[in-house]
Design a protein around this ligand. Structure first.
Ligand code: ADP
Length: 263
């Protein structure tokens, strides 16, 4: 039996494909067509797994989930993230997920049951896209932000609106402020914003950080300092939603029984 979870995000599309008990994971940019991205990412994973035929059950999630007609079922991101996290780190009580276009905080109970959540999808501030815009303005890639900010003293940033923050960064660069100080300042501003969201759900340990932005270790450190709580980042932080969708697909197909795949 072959099942797949496809997470079609605003920036990147991820798949977790289970072929018997082995998992294949692929991420590609979403680009202009969520439907094509979903089809391509699945084809790439099937190719990697050396599978010729089709998939028995596919669950799609993410903002583009309704764009994939070949999926057997579309499930919300909150449900899939909670399921994925409960599988990767079962003791988790709070999930912070920062993706390309939104940020969400999910409070979860046993077996990944969603107890409460707070979501910001109205404004790009503090999201992956925001980081990409600022990184481009500084002339670096998002993957370099963490190292550049490490051990730097954060400069105080006043704007969180992407457009105004970009202007503020241009002004700081013109005054000779170092890239590292600016990025550390950005991390601090994002951490304050996320902390304010978390306070609304009364956080409990352990807190897990997922989504592509969680790969930024300096941001994780800044957020942990701001919250005064430890934060764990699973190795597959960008694939949590896809893994949750894959597990739901396995349940729906009734295929794997007790043989839950090892991620
Ligand atoms: P979505 O599901 O909304 O497409 P993801 O969870 O896939 O979002 O995260 C995408 C974001 O992750 C990008 O906008 C980018 O800012 C960030 N990102 C991707 N790779 C890295 C990296 N190596 N370090 C830091 N941030 C990263």
């Amino acid at each position: 039996m072959i099942v797949a979870g496809i997470d079609i995000g605003s920036v990147s599309t991820k798949v977790a494909l289970a072929v018997n008990e082995k998992i294949y994971k692929v991420v590609i940019p979403t680009g202009w067509s969520p439907r094509q991205a979903g089809e391509h990412v699945l084809a790439a994973a099937l190719d990697q797994a050396g599978v010729d035929g089709g998939v028995d059950f596919v669950v799609a999630t993410g903002y583009g989930r309704i764009a994939l007609p070949t999926a057997n079922k579309a499930v919300t991101e909150i449900t899939c993230h909670a399921r994925g996290v409960a599988y990767l780190l079962p003791e988790t009580r709070v999930v912070i997920d920062i993706g390309g276009q939104d940020s969400k905080i999910i409070k979860i109970g046993a077996q990944g049951r969603v107890l409460d959540f707070v979501m910001n999808d109205k404004c790009a501030a503090g999201t992956g896209r925001f980081m990409e815009v600022i990184a481009a303005r500084i002339g670096v890639d998002v993957a370099e932000l963490s190292d550049l900010a490490k051990d730097e003293i954060p400069v105080e940033l006043n704007s969180m609106c992407t457009v105004f923050a970009e202007s503020e960064v241009v002004g700081l660069l013109a005054k000779g402020t170092g890239k590292g100080e600016i990025i550390a300042g950005l991390h601090q501003a994002i951490s304050r914003r996320i902390s304010a969201m978390i306070e609304r759900i009364k956080p409990e340990s352990p807190i897990i950080f997922t989504g592509g932005v969680a790969q930024n270790k300096s941001l994780v450190h800044s957020l942990s300092t701001q919250l005064n709580m430890p934060i764990l980042v699973p190795e597959d932080c960008q694939f949590t939603g896809a893994i949750g969708a894959m597990l739901i697909a396995a349940d729906m197909a009734g295929s794997l029984g007790d043989k839950v795949p090892t991620v």
